[in-house]
Design a protein around this ligand. Structure first.
Ligand code: NAD
Length: 261
């Protein structure tokens, strides 16, 4: 499934799932613009690691994906740097857990902007560039929370349900082209985003990190184990490939059985 010479943008790729997707694309000889919050030293270390693979090239673009102007800068930077844009993985996301009556309106706005609106903006800006080369793959990292709900996650669940709707609209609007838009719905993956929830559980229950992790994941996933980041990356490689040209508006669930119950 080589992606030789293709150019990808992976939002929120300085850690977790986005970083794993970036590594997988670069190993398949794609060039990737990485993005996310990190210090200069962290970015330098990441670029050294990614470019040290000796395959595709990685460059970094600082952009806050809650800001429309920054999103425009990111897409133009990718096009100016590599001369084309083939793959956009809308991965940057955040979580906040609180009952709705205590949910801060600022957090609501921030989560909707990052988890949902950013994908609208990257897609509207990248599609004309994809059309230049008659090829495009938009992959939205949704969640099991795009399909089912959990208490305390109003903004997250709303944003992830929303992004599945957006995925279908873009898929319809590109149905006659060699451009697809699909989503991946991960269950629990042990990244910094989920570690925060594990630590919250430790504080509330006095459990150890391992006990709290096991309890969190077992509560939802029949497999009782986290989804490895590499499995999400592999799903993205497939959706980005020529082998998935007729997979359109779909969501690929990788969740240890969470949503079959
Ligand atoms: P993570 O916290 O490890 O990574 C989030 C990334 O987004 C980081 O690179 C961070 O710097 C970046 N980011 C945060 N705010 C940003 C902003 N305003 N602008 C630009 N970048 C920003 O989280 P993760 O678990 O790897 O999550 C990645 C995606 O996967 C998210 O959309 C998340 O909702 C989704 N997801 C995660 C899980 C899980 O269990 N970890 C499950 C389902 C879906």
């Amino acid at each position: 499934m080589s992606h030789f010479g293709k150019v990808g943008i992976v939002t929120g790729s300085t850690s977790g799932i986005g970083l794993a997707i970036t590594k997988a694309l670069i190993k398949e000889h794609a060039h990737v613009v990485i993005n996310g919050f990190a210090t200069h030293q962290e970015v330098d270390a990441l670029l050294a690691e990614l470019n040290g693979l000796g395959k595709g090239k990685a460059v970094y673009c600082q952009a806050d994906l809650t800001q429309v102007g920054d999103i425009e800068k990111l897409i133009h930077f990718a096009h100016d740097t590599f001369g084309r844009v083939d793959i956009v993985v809308n991965n940057a996301g955040m979580q906040h857990v609180a009952p709705i009556t205590e949910f801060s309106p600022q957090k609501w706005d921030q989560i909707i902007a990052l988890n949902l609106s950013a994908a609208f903006h990257t897609s509207r800006l990248a599609l004309p560039l994809m059309r230049e080369n008659h090829f495009g793959r938009i992959i939205n990292i949704a969640s099991t929370h795009g399909l089912v709900a959990s208490e305390g996650k109003a903004a997250y669940v709303a944003s992830k349900h929303g992004i599945l709707g957006l995925t279908k609209v873009i898929a319809l609007e590109t149905a006659l082209e060699n451009i697809t838009c699909n989503a991946v719905c991960p269950g629990f993956v042990l990244t910094p985003l989920v570690e925060a929830q594990v630590r919250d559980k430790m504080t509330k229950t006095g459990m150890t990190f391992d006990e709290a992790s096991k309890s969190l994941v077992s509560d939802k996933q029949p497999s009782q184990c986290f989804v490895p980041v590499e499995e999400i990356a592999a799903a993205c490689l497939y959706l980005a490939s020529d082998h998935a040209s007729q997979v359109r508006g779909a969501h690929l669930v990788v969740d240890g059985g969470w949503t079959i119950q």
